[in-house]
Design a protein around this ligand. Structure first.
Ligand code: BGC
Length: 737
């Protein structure tokens, strides 16, 4: 097996090269049989293997359905997500899959976005770290992972054509950063170029995105594949840097490519570079296929899916201490969602589970329960009857578990939500039930935040879309065999009008403007001090923790603190470290996450915990410098259990030689000169000379003058003599060296 991509490339003729740049069909990359390179299979992702053998996408191979990425995000647990990657990688290898189309690492600028369930977090560090872990796990099995969708693909509305207008800073700090982290840490085999445009160029045909950013800045060395059906101009796509168009076949596109090569409009060397990368993929896949296929223990994978669901479930509130439920109580379960669990989202990530998810059976193993559907979305009369019956029974029960889901098209690829409310029938049921029976635990099976419109159940648990083991996980959590270990990786707003992209989502037909810039998620809510329903990082669990004795070592970027479990049960906490900049030159969010660590402690146990901050913890993308830069100055590290529950604060002075804050010059204002230590004294003296110091009536206007205007226009105009102006100028010139 001493084949190299270069050696193989040299043996290909032009037709063979052209053929390698397009899928053979929906799911296969053609191989080169005469050179012993078999075709390879790509398949979705990202929550398990969704392999279809026929054209009917409903008939896919059974495989373990893990909780959706939004739930994985809420675990804040890269080690666990690496295990998920390993398990999915093993199942993929067993089914002969070469590349799994995931993870999805787009952002969450609006909770309306239909595919938010498929993405980890509104925070790029959380997304990037978890994606890296997932990719490492998958690829350790000899299966490639594919980061998607590159980039700024944050909505479903008109997703194939929409032009995302986003400033470079937001693109770099928020939307590219998860890709940057995952590429650097885990070297994925593949990146999927998105359907949408970014600032006027389609992602799949943008030389700036594909070459300048992805290859040069982020150092990506694998295959760039198009999202399915994205390519509308094959020559432009490959010229820009796309390696592989999916799906195929595309004879017209190939003919256009052939003609462009013949006419010399496309350089053969460019095409060779694309083909070489496809050959590298084929070689990697062949090497994996030749190794022994791993054993797949579906029981173990199901158990792992259950652990992820437990660790990702978020207890949002429990004022009465209802949870965990005491055994032996008369329990009423309400909601059709309990019968037919909504355990995954819709669209290309939808799979055929290896085991049917069961909630009611899992609950029956633990308690005597009664069940009522409680609502009917299609028949108003029956809806009223069912509601009345559920309420009558609820009055007799010791506690009620109410399972709520989104509408039929919520949490699905292809459509965005229009509002954040629950479907009307479930809303009516929930309101009536919570009023009748205060001991109601509401469980939400949704892929993203919802607006409960003031509903206050006794306890509120977000189960997410918890995968095929979600029923057992919920039963275990309700009865305290496991704790709800999740912390929100996405803020829950009070209402849609408070959300960062409100008014600019999903845009106006041909374009969507990301006007909120870097102020996404808690970066928005916390900067504006807006009340939220539940903040980023929030989650109660079944015990409480004390954080104390924090310290920071700049050389290693390590925060150390003592964490103690001060409750009566074992449990996990997610220590979060945020950075706040005191007086930044460029506007910055109130604070941003720079590191996190999940810690498990026995009751009473305390431990010194270390959180290493991200390498770029203090950096911002500086548009003037055209790169990431660190601004020197006073910062505060905020250590907490959510972005709104800060327990410890550590002052930090950051040192840096990056010229973030340019020295004020002639085109800057008097006020800016006075605010800068390098020019303030000279300016005060110059103003004194010119007779317009703080006592002068024109002082406020003077503060706003550009310094060259002051010297060249205003001072002479107000009768200051040339000699005095020259003296003032000389004093100011001395600062400019
Ligand atoms: C989706 C991708 C998916 C692909 C193949 C596209 O429509 O955007 O996420 O991997 O289809 O199913």
């Amino acid at each position: 097996m001493s084949d190299t991509a270069d050696a193989l490339l040299a043996r290909l003729d032009r037709e063979e090269k052209i053929r390698l740049l397009t899928g053979r069909d929906a799911w296969h990359v053609p191989g080169v049989e005469r050179l012993g390179l078999p075709p390879v299979t790509l398949t979705d992702g990202p929550h398990g293997v969704r392999l279809s053998r026929t054209l009917d996408l409903r008939e896919t191979e059974p495989a373990t359905v893990f909780p959706v990425a939004a739930v994985m995000g809420a675990t804040f647990d890269p080690d666990l997500i690496e295990q998920v990657g390993e398990a999915i990688g093993r199942e993929a290898r067993r089914l002969g899959v070469a590349v799994l189309l995931g993870p999805g690492i787009n952002g969450k600028r609006s909770p309306l976005a239909g595919r938010n369930f498929e993405y980890y977090s509104e925070d790029p560090l959380v997304s990037g770290r978890l994606a890296a872990a997932f990719v490492r796990g998958v690829q350790a099995q000899g299966v490639g992972a594919c980061l998607k969708h590159f980039v700024a693909n944050e909505q479903e509305t008109r997703r194939f054509v929409i032009d995302t207008r986003v400033d470079v800073r937001a693109l770099q700090e928020i939307y590219l950063r998860p890709f940057a982290l995952a590429i650097r840490e885990a070297r994925p085999w593949m990146v999927m170029a998105a359907y949408n445009q970014v600032n006027g160029e389609p992602c799949w045909a943008s030389p700036w995105l594909l070459e300048t950013v992805l290859r040069r800045q982020l150092g990506f060395e694998g295959v760039v594949v198009s999202d399915w059906g994205a390519v509308r101009d094959k020559v432009a796509a490959h010229r820009a840097g796309l390696d592989l168009e999916m799906p195929g076949p595309n004879p017209e596109g190939e003919a256009a490519l052939r003609a462009a090569l013949e006419r010399g409009e496309l350089d053969e060397a460019e095409i060779d570079a694309r083909v070489r990368r496809v050959l590298e993929l084929l070689l990697r896949a062949r090497a994996a296929a030749e190794a022994a296929s791993p054993e797949v223990d579906f029981e173990a994978h199901h158990a792992l899916a259950r652990t992820v669901a437990e660790r990702g479930m978020v207890l949002l509130e429990d004022a009465q201490g209802m949870l965990p439920l005491a055994p032996g109580r008369r329990l009423l379960i309400v909601g059709r969602g309990a019968e037919r669990l909504r355990f995954q989202g819709g669209g290309s990530s939808q799979m055929n589970p290896s085991r049917t998810p069961e909630l009611l059976a899992a609950l029956r193993e633990r308690a005597a329960i009664d069940f009522e559907p409680g609502h009917d979305p299609d028949d108003p009369e029956r809806d009223r009857e069912l509601r009345a019956r559920a309420i009558a029974k609820a009055l007799d029960a010791d506690a009620v578990v109410l399972c709520l889901t989104g509408g039929a098209l919520d949490d699905a690829e292809g459509v965005d939500r229009k509002h954040l409310f629950l479907p009307a029938d479930q809303r009516a049921l929930a309101t009536a039930l919570c009023a009748a029976q205060p001991r109601t635990v509401a469980v939400l099976f949704t892929g993203s935040a919802v607006d409960l419109q003031g509903l206050r159940p006794g306890a509120l648990l977000w189960a997410g879309l918890p995968g095929q083991a979600g029923g057992e996980a919920l039963a275990r959590v309700l009865f305290g065999e496991a704790e709800p270990g999740g912390r929100l990786a996405e803020s829950w707003p009070r209402c849609l009008a408070h959300t960062p992209a409100h008014g600019f989502f999903p845009g106006d037909r041909e374009k969507v403007e990301y006007r909120e810039g870097v102020f996404v998620g808690y970066r928005h809510y916390d900067s504006k001090a807006l009340p939220v329903a539940y903040p980023f990082g929030h989650g109660l669990g079944y015990t409480r923790f004390d954080y104390r004795d924090g310290s920071y070592e700049a050389a290693t970027r390590r925060v150390t603190l003592t964490v103690q479990n001060i409750g009566a049960r074992a449990g996990d906490t997610v220590v979060q470290v945020y950075v706040h900049a005191r007086a930044p030159y460029r506007p910055k969010p109130e604070h941003w996450l720079a590191g996190f660590a999940r810690v498990h402690l026995a009751p009473g146990e305390s431990r010194r915990v270390t959180v290493t901050l991200a390498e770029d913890a203090f950096a911002h993308y500086d548009e003037a410098l055209g790169r990431f830069a660190v601004e020197a100055g006073d910062h505060e590290l905020r250590i907490g259990a959510s972005s709104r529950d800060i327990r410890l604060r550590l002052p930090v002075t950051v040192e840096s030689t990056d010229p973030v804050r340019p020295r004020p010059g002639w085109r800057d204002t008097v006020e800016e000169w006075l605010a800068d230590a390098r020019t303030a004294a000279a300016m005060r003296e110059a103003l004194e000379l010119l007779g317009c110091d703080a006592r002068s009536p024109a002082y406020s206007c003077v503060l706003g003058f550009h310094v060259d205007m002051l010297l060249d226009r205003f001072a002479p105009g107000f009768g200051v003599d040339a000699e005095t102006i020259a003296a003032a100028r000389a004093r100011l010139t001395a600062t400019q060296a």
